[in-house]
Design a protein around this ligand. Structure first.
Ligand code: MZP
Length: 496
């Protein structure tokens, strides 16, 4: 037996030291773009994430609704594969057919229509936002906006548009044709709106501009939606039926694939990656999960376009209890990041890595990125939002959402947790609840603000800069305790 040097460490054991913050290093200057796929070092990745977040390949997480919301915030959803090929294809199509657009005149939306009617209409047409004009035409005087978020199943939607959920035009900042998209984007983010109407001088609607249209410094109207822009979506696949599943997903328009396994250091995964790159060289495909440099190099050599890191650290995971395999997520990311850099130096190819699972606090995401992860994948984090598929249930203090592991009895994902047959013999995951966290757009905006604030404190405005200049320290048990507030809210006396 060999005892590997070093201790298996977790994110809780590290803190970042603040670096000097220069004057021009402010949150607005921070750029969170990150490569998703293998590329020649020094050149651009074929697909870049605008924000370094992906959703876990899990039933309780990656619905089309969540993938749409995440893509619109610059990340990427990975639709799960623990069901029939036909069902997964339908979900890919739901994301690809989603149109960030407005309901046009022939659908005849008038202020007197009911929200129920509008919901059906928007679901049928795949529109995220409806502009309500005085005469129901797409170029009439704009009265207000209704977004698909208002139609979440847990919310009630009776009544006429004007009296209920419509955001009236005087509450919406609007734009004229001559502003740049970067200005539009700043307004969208400031107002936490999904879209910005462009009006002519008499208040007639010209276009709607969406967050997802944002491209630096492009001018209207070249970048406007109403064209064929589609959101990007990823899909999980497994090493059992990939020869049938992958062609169907590619045919449905999937952008990226990822082999999903609790232990990806295997001949099956290498064979499946090689097959995919041979038959679909134009499609990016990730592999994993791994926790050390040998496994990274094995998958990179087999053709993986990115490699996912993490065994046993997931919030719903009991793999370490059941099988005694895994590694603290911080040690795993540090080791694999070093292997990625060595592979780059040797081959000239940059193969991004993803830190998957075990991110409990927002600052853990910043740590994972500082330690070398190009992007992160999260289950628990996204399962808490409205857009995740788990049921929302009342609790004594508010609401909770269901969240269950792919290795639990509920999910029975034997393709991921193969124990030598098409059955789960023992569980590797649990079935539980997470605190409800509202809307993804709002929650992720706060998380992004925190990560930018961390990077500013560390004097970095890009992720590569953050990774090359970050200074980490190990924390003792005592300093870990010191990190938390020592005055509990309940101890504070009531003040007049
Ligand atoms: P977390 O973000 O909830 O901590 O972890 C999500 C990750 O845990 C997933 O992306 C996947 O890699 C892993 N996972 C999913 N199901 C299980 C399980 O049932 C699991 N054990 O470990």
């Amino acid at each position: 037996v060999q005892i590997v040097e070093g201790v298996s460490r977790t994110f809780n054991e590290f803190l970042l030291l603040p670096n000097r913050t220069r004057r021009d290093c402010a949150p607005a200057a921070v750029d969170l773009r990150s490569p998703l796929l293998r590329h020649v070092a020094g050149e651009a990745s074929p697909i870049e994430l605008r924000t370094p977040f992906t959703s876990a390949i899990m039933q309780a997480v990656s619905s089309p609704e969540l993938a749409i919301a995440l893509a619109r915030n610059g990340g990427l959803g990975f639709l799960h594969h623990n069901r029939s090929i036909e069902d997964q294809v339908l979900d890919v199509r739901a994301v690809k057919n989603f149109k960030a657009g407005f309901v046009v005149s022939d659908t005849n939306v008038r202020p007197t229509d009911t929200l129920g009617h509008l919901r059906d209409l928007m679901q049928r047409t795949g529109h995220s936002t409806a502009a309500v004009t005085h005469d129901g035409s797409h170029s009439g005087r704009l009265l207000g906006l209704v977004t698909s978020r208002d139609f979440h199943p847990q919310r009630h939607d009776p009544g006429a548009l004007v009296s209920s959920r419509m955001v009236p035009i005087d509450k919406i900042p609007h734009a004229r044709e001559d502003i740049t998209l970067s200005q539009a984007n700043a307004r969208l983010w400031d107002e936490r709106l999904d879209c910005l109407p462009v009006l002519d001088e008499t208040g007639n609607l010209q276009h709607l501009v969406f967050r997802s249209d944002y491209t630096d410094n492009k001018r209207f109207p070249t970048q406007l939606v109403d064209d064929n822009k589609r959101l990007r979506v990823g899909a999980g696949v497994n090493t059992h039926d990939y020869r049938e599943r992958i062609p169907a997903l590619v045919n449905a328009g999937v952008d990226v694939l990822c082999f999903d396994s609790s232990d990806g250091f295997s001949d099956w995964q290498a064979e499946a990656l090689t097959w995919t790159k041979k038959h679909y060289p134009e499609i990016g495909v990730g592999g994993g999960n791994v926790v050390d440099s040998d496994a990274f190099t094995f998958l990179a050599e087999a053709g993986a376009d990115f490699v996912k890191v993490g065994v046993g650290g997931g919030s719903i995971c009991i793999t370490r209890d059941q099988k005694g395999i895994g590694r603290g997520q911080a040690s795993a990311v540090l080791d694999v990041a070093a292997a990625r850099d060595a592979y780059r130096d040797e081959t000239g190819q940059y193969v991004p890595i993803c830190s998957d699972g075990g991110l409990v606090h927002d600052y853990h995401m910043a740590l994972a990125l500082a330690m070398g992860a190009d992007f992160v994948m999260m289950g628990r984090y996204f399962a808490r939002f409205d857009q995740a598929p788990g049921a929302k249930l009342p609790t004594r203090d508010g609401f909770a959402k269901e969240y269950w592991g792919e290795g639990s009895n509920r999910a029975r994902n034997w393709q991921r947790y193969g124990q030598g047959g098409s059955q789960l013999i023992f569980e590797e995951g649990v079935d539980g609840y997470v605190p409800y966290a509202g809307d993804l757009h709002e929650g992720l905006a706060v998380t992004i603000a925190k990560i930018k604030a961390t990077m500013v404190s560390c004097g970095a405005t890009t992720l590569p800069e953050f990774q090359s200049t970050a200074r980490l320290v190990l924390v003792s048990e005592q300093s870990f305790q010191e990190s938390h507030a020592t005055v509990a809210a309940r101890d504070t006396p009531t003040l007049d």
